[in-house]
Design a binder for this molecule. Sequence first.
Ligand code: F0G
Length: 362
Amino acid sequence: MTIERRERVEGAPGRFIMERYRDLLPLTDRTPMVTLGEGGTPLVRSRALEAELGLGELWFKLESTNPTGSFKDRGMVVAVAKAVEEGARAVLCASTGNTSAAAAAYAARHGLPAYVLVPGGHVAMGKLAQAVAHGAQVIAVDGSFDRCLQIARQLAAREAVALVNSVNPYRIAGQKTAAFEIADDLGDAPDLLAIPVGNAGNITAYWAGFVEYRHRERSLRTPRMWGFQAAGAAPLVRGAPVEDPETVATAIRIGNPASWRGAVAARDDSAGRIEAVSDERILDAYRRLAQDEGIFCEPASAASVAGLISMAEAGESLRGLTAVCVITGSGLKDPETALRVPTVRREVPAEVGSVARALGWS
Ligand code: F0G
């Protein structure tokens, strides 16, 4: 018996963004259709925060469930495939961690070497572990992410490597698919999209995705875009680059975002906002997501939720609105931040009485 098949895709066909949104992506017959199962991420409804904030509906887009644990996979699956199609022999990026993990994984999948530049001492342990495990050559630079990106751009201009930072348009194209999925899942775009902002590629991509979907009449409207930066790394809020950005949310510890203009356009064209949230508020939202919603994200991801809470406290009316918060990366990326809270008790003897006492049960 012969089984009829659609075009075969290596990996996990059902939820593969390059197949599902092929007509909206810059692919050709020669683009290698290689996947690690990126996209098709869950949209999960809030249990506690929705009512507390007076929202009609609050949803979390769990980009943390992508293969390498962050939204970067959507852009990287396209960028590395296009790099191969265009004959690149290696990929290069600067990264606060997640981009390097994704670049390393997709380069490995295509059999290409990956080179990554990271700000020394400021990358969460899980991300570094990923890049190393996938065999990337990791260079810790004595400088900020912004400096790493400058250097990477200069190197890419003179070597035969593909630069796979979000200055690469294929990254933005791939990341747009998250907006398509949200509109598909909700039946239309939400009223509000809350998103953390670092190098500003993702807010640029989401806005492009929502605009394109409406233009093609696959949705009826576009959302207001609410971007949130960490207070110690908030150049877009200040309106000027920040020389020494600092925040517990190392993923968005960025002082001069490459997609500056894209972020400003997303804000202005959507009648949206870009605001700053303190580290204290980020960590508070991080704990609330984990403990009240069952969602373990990395600190940068919690900036979107911290921002929504701050806006509600500042008197912004959210009544009846449908909002989506983008949960950009997994909490497992940064176990050190999770364990900073003193909740792990010291070891106790291995017997019932001691354990029960330690639990406060006797
Ligand atoms: N959330 C996480 C978990 C990130 O890793 C990043 C960026 C962002 C949010 C912000 O997205 O840069 O598009 O505005 N991480 C990059 C990296 C910079 O190198 O992994 P953005």
